[in-house]
Design a binder for this molecule. Structure first.
Ligand SMILES: [Zn+2]
Length: 279
């Protein structure tokens, strides 16, 4: 019977300054009717996960509008200083005048792994010309992007497989994590892994059987791509218990190597590339 490795890395956690957390929880409630289960702030989030066997935590946040990335990133640097064994995908908005110089500075931080773009919220294309210098910088500095670029839970004109392909046409080797296994276009995203060695998928909020839009490919896909999948929870912005996702993955009964890689070693290798400092 397969089991979780002794230490787990969660590659998709959200930490925000308190006020922003509150406005996100209100937004989910108002727009999706989603009541976030764990309305707790950053220190409590970390403590909650650590009590449940999570070691390194890779968290992200994003700039929902121009003008806020610098403040969020100053907060990120403080959090990284305060809490050991945390890593961050920082906030970026291409509408900010000083965006690229800020990015260059942040990428020198050993525990900033790269930048998060939440295109559903930010509403621009992943192949937006304004982002090209950022991608070049990320490649040059051997860092990574984290993109919410899928059509789940709701889509609009800026997200989806076709737009992401355009980005990969331009940067076929871009080091990039696609959140939520690319939901809802699972098959199209997972097959991109064949030709794009820098690309990974994370499991966040995707393995909730019975929940509309959950992962719908067979376990053979998970096993075939086990070197390129990272466990992530989306904690604390969950409307269902995080254990459900872990139980669902364990329930596939895949070989132990799958669990060792997805819950730990794939992430450990990426942290090793992106960070000079694992402690
Ligand atoms: Zn997320």
């Amino acid at each position: 019977m397969a089991h979780l490795p002794e230490k787990i890395i969660d590659f998709h956690v959200h930490l925000f300054p308190d006020r922003l957390f509150e406005s996100i929880w209100r937004f989910f409630d108002k727009n999706y009717g989603w009541r976030v289960l764990h309305q707790i702030y950053y220190r409590e989030c970390v403590a909650y996960l650590r009590e449940r066997g999570i070691g390194p935590i890779v968290y992200s946040n994003y700039a929902h509008k121009p003008g806020v990335a610098r403040g969020i990133n100053a907060w990120n640097v403080k959090v990284l200083e305060e809490i050991p064994d945390t890593y961050c995908f920082a906030a970026y908005h291409p509408g900010d005048e000083d965006a690229l110089s800020m990015a260059a500075e942040l990428l020198d931080h050993p525990r900033i792994l790269g930048f998060k773009l939440q295109l559903l919220v930010q509403r621009f294309y992943p192949h937006d010309e304004r982002l090209m210098p950022l991608y070049e910088l990320v490649i040059e500095k051997k860092k990574r992007m984290l993109l919410h670029v899928g059509t789940g839970p709701v889509g609009h004109e800026y997200v989806g497989l076709a737009h992401f392909r355009k980005l990969l046409d331009r940067f076929p080797e871009l080091p990039v994590n696609v959140a939520h296994m690319g939901a809802l276009e699972y098959q199209g995203f997972i097959e991109l892994l064949d030709d794009h060695p820098g690309m990974y998928l994370d499991t966040a909020f995707t393995f909730y059987p019975g929940f509309e839009g959950s992962f719908n490919l067979g376990p053979e896909y998970l096993e075939r791509y086990q070197d390129r999948i990272l466990y992530g929870s989306d904690f604390p912005n969950l409307i269902l218990p995080r254990e459900m996702e872990i139980d669902c993955l364990l329930g596939y009964g895949l070989p132990q190597t799958f669990y060792d890689k997805v819950f730990f070693s794939n992430a450990w290798d990426l942290i090793g590339i992106g960070a000079g400092d694992r402690v």
